[in-house]
Design a protein around this ligand. Structure first.
Ligand SMILES: [Zn+2]
Length: 211
């Protein structure tokens, strides 16, 4: 069946995908056991849309678009606890004090969600500054396929290669395994295209038969 509301909508097709409800960073954006480091770009304060309506919130945006542990870096809504941590880390919570500063995130499990009165995972800012010059998590990124440390290549750092492969292939890969994954993906797409054609013909025949 289809509801009245859906009758006024167009179904998604092809590469169009189901999107998440919130455009802001959530705990599920962060890979398990990774404590990503991000650079604060700007501070915002104003009304934003949440699932329970519009509320005035503090929001941080970040310089990085992707980092190890977060495929797509979204703006972070700053709750009062995280605001306190920022104040402790940098003395003040002004734009001047925070812009360009690095922070490290971690996930606290079993946090009470007051809106739904249930336990959830919360994004916390670490109350220690990330070590100077260190832009990644404690462990060097490891290749998901061969298990070796991912190393920099050309003008790319190990972190950029890890993040790039995560975006493309859904896992962190070294350069070598990334090339293999690329070849495998292309082969798969080719097969999928070849298989698609007869399926379309079949659908057309069925549609014709139904008319
Ligand atoms: Zn590898």
């Amino acid at each position: 069946m289809i509801t009245k509301e859906l009758q006024n909508m167009r179904p998604l097709k092809g590469d169009e995908k189901l999107e998440r409800d919130s455009e802001y960073m959530g705990a599920d954006d962060i890979d398990p056991n990774v404590e990503p480091i991000l650079t604060i770009k700007n501070l915002y304060r104003g009304k934003i849309t949440l699932s329970r309506g519009k509320e005035v919130k503090n929001v941080l945006t970040f310089v990085e678009e992707t980092v190890p542990g977060i495929v797509e870096v979204r703006p972070l809504i700053v709750n009062s606890g995280n605001r306190q941590v920022l104040k402790k880390l940098f003395g003040q919570v002004t734009a001047n004090a925070l812009e360009g500063k690095k922070i490290q995130l971690w996930i606290e499990h079993g946090v009470r969600n007051p809106a739904k009165n249930e336990l959830t995972d919360g994004i916390r800012i670490k109350d220690k500054k990330p070590a100077a010059g260190k832009t990644t998590t404690a462990a060097a990124p490891k290749c998901a396929d061969c298990g070796k440390d991912i190393t920099g290549s050309g003008s790319f750092t190990a972190e950029q290669i890890a993040a790039g492969s995560m975006k493309k292939y859904g896992r962190q890969l070294c350069v070598e395994c990334g090339q293999k994954a690329k070849a495998a993906m292309e082969a798969q797409e080719k097969t999928a295209q070849e298989n698609d054609a007869p399926a379309d013909d079949l659908a057309a025949q069925l549609a014709a038969a139904a008319e």
